[in-house]
Design a binder for this molecule. Sequence first.
Ligand SMILES: [Zn+2]
Length: 121
Amino acid sequence: MLPSAHDKSLPNNAVTREEQLAHVLAERRMAARMEKKTAGVAPLDAGLVFDQAHSDGVRQQNAYRRERGQVDVTDALNHDIRGKPGVSIAEYKLANGDVEYIHSSNYGTIDDIRNPGKPLF
Ligand SMILES: [Zn+2]
């Protein structure tokens, strides 16, 4: 599980579970609104829905981060590890140039977090 925004020991720009909740809730709301608006009119392009919904998720995530005095997340990439099913490294790029890496296995169990400003190895 990601650390909580209430954890006072976290580095300033660490990724938290609360900002992820803000992201996912905004993302799902936008997707539902798009689907409702076009219901019975035209089929939606799944890629378009994801792009727009995800964009709104990032916007709300960053609004939450700014409220807490954190810099924006500018990009989040997931890197699957070749030959290791279910193992991946998430890479969160931050507006100040720092990066946070989250290593997970079993399709989402977090094993290690390298907070912003710390090298991956
Ligand atoms: Zn998203």
